[in-house]
Ligand binder design. Structure first.
Ligand SMILES: NC(=O)c1ccc[n+]([C@@H]2O[C@H](COP(=O)([O-])OP(=O)(O)OC[C@H]3O[C@@H](n4cnc5c(N)ncnc54)[C@H](O)[C@@H]3O)[C@@H](O)[C@H]2O)c1
Ligand SMILES: O=C(O)CC[C@@H](O)C(=O)O
Length: 390
């Protein structure tokens, strides 16, 4: 029986994927084999030694201590692209909210409830509506920082709306480059992008190099009156610098999914409560993808969409499967194979893959009677985790 500990509200469509004959899934599972979560922050918690994997039903893994997990051989998964469409649609809403008098107009209408005569109400509205006039997105330039799953969808959407699109992504993967429309102009650097865009939308992960990448210095390069849209993470912008840029008119509006106290009471900030991925579809997609990835990992040792270990997959054969993780240094695999030879264990098939400082291995062996093998592998220097799948 595998145990999955959940945090946050995980879509039932995902939880239903785990067959209850093999899985106990609950928010209070003790000694879990895996954790399934959304935004719950794990940094301040001691990770149970039983945990083999953590799946983030979503894109950002800044709530998971990935480096510590890597050291312990814990595989961290996310669900790339599974909520991208939900975010893309809210980016459009954010751009429309910032360019048209939608919110102020609706608020205004709600103040007119004392006017009970319909024709008087219509006359009043027509006389006052000029306050809520806006401008169109068509013909404007949108800068996109980060052209991965969400950024590329935002680019397609903006092009379809008749916007010009400029992109910046120094770490663009080949797969993401293939997805990207050829109509997206490439900015040489972020400053060049900021200087020419009417709207800038951020779609980068919260990692050290992106911390406060939108700061006072970056904003000093921005085209005057720019709208900044942040559905990525709070840490990517320096909120004080954004407030200052709004004060002096460098920014016209800041649209974000991450309210900050410094923005309270500002009409030029449109702040939402981290709802970029809060659609039934995105929550289902993420939960189902995360659950499937966890099951394939726990039952077969296969890895798909990990943020710290390589993708590894090996078809099952009769026999047993040894899984081990190690620091990516010479001789470890050789030492493991020597242990197997010493214990007269016959290898049927195997795969060894590395990613940066880490390596992941699947070795299929004929059924073993010797219970010491796993302990012997565990004691090899640089091996960080080992388990046997029957
Ligand atoms: N508001 C929400 O609810 C919500 C939902 C989903 C994702 N997100 C956030 O959006 C982020 C992006 O999601 P995604 O699915 O598009 O991820 P992704 O991994 O597909 O794309 C991220 C892109 O950012 C690029 N990048 C990394 N560092 C960069 C830098 N310094 N400058 C420019 N580009 C850089 C990468 O090369 C990659 O192409 C997530 O990490 C998450 O924090 C928020
Ligand atoms: O789970 C959520 O609601 C938010 C997810 C989002 O921030 C992500 O990084 O995918």
């Amino acid at each position: 029986m595998y145990k999955i500990k959940t945090f946050n509200q995980i879509s039932s469509k995902g939880l239903e994927r785990f067959p209850r004959s093999n899985y106990e899934v609950s928010s209070d599972a003790s000694s879990p084999n895996a954790i399934l979560l959304r935004s719950h922050k794990l940094h301040n918690e001691v990770l149970d030694e039983s945990v083999l994997a953590i799946a983030r039903a979503g894109a950002g893994v800044n709530n998971v201590p990935v480096d510590d997990c890597s050291k312990q051989g814990v595989v961290v998964f996310n669900t790339p692209g599974a909520n991208a469409n939900a975010v893309k649609e809210l980016v459009l809403a954010g751009m429309l909210l910032s360019s048209r008098g939608i919110k102020a107009g609706i608020d205004h209408v709600s103040t007119l409830h004392n006017i009970t005569d319909a024709s008087e109400l219509h006359k009043t509205l027509e006389a006052q509506k000029k306050q809520f006039a806006g401008s169109e997105l068509k013909g404007k330039t949108l800068g996109i920082i980060g052209l991965g799953a969400i950024g590329s969808l935002v680019a397609d959407m903006a092009l379809a709306l008749g916007m010009k699109v400029v992109g910046f992504d120094p770490a663009l993967s080949i797969e993401a480059a293939w997805r990207l429309s050829s109509e997206v102009q490439r900015a040489e650097n972020m400053h060049a992008l900021l200087a020419k865009c009417d709207f800038v939308s951020l779609h980068v992960p919260a990692i050290k190099p992106t911390y406060h990448m939108i700061n006072a210095e970056a904003l000093s390069q921005a085209k005057r009156g720019m709208v900044l849209v942040n559905f990525a993470r709070e840490s990517i912008v320096d909120p004080e610098a954004v407030a200052k840029a709004l004060d002096i008119g460098t920014l016209a509006t800041y649209v974000c999914d991450f309210p900050e106290p410094v923005f309270y009471g500002r009409k030029d900030v449109i702040a939402m409560p981290h709802i970029g991925a809060s659609t039934a579809e995105a929550e289902e997609n993420c939960a189902m993808m995360a659950a499937d990835q966890l099951m394939d990992f726990l039952e077969n040792g296969n890895i798909k969409n990990s943020v710290n270990f390589p993708n590894v997959s090996l078809a099952r054969v009769d026999g047993q499967r040894i899984i081990f993780t190690n620091e990516n240094v010479p001789k470890v695999l050789g030492n493991v194979l020597s242990v197997l030879a010493d214990h007269e264990v016959n290898v049927i098939d195997m795969v060894n893959k590395s990613r940066g400082d880490l390596a992941y291995n699947i070795i299929d062996v004929e059924k073993m009677n010797n219970g010491d093998v796993i302990d012997a592998i565990n004691s090899i220097e640089h091996v960080t985790s080992v388990r046997l799948i029957p």
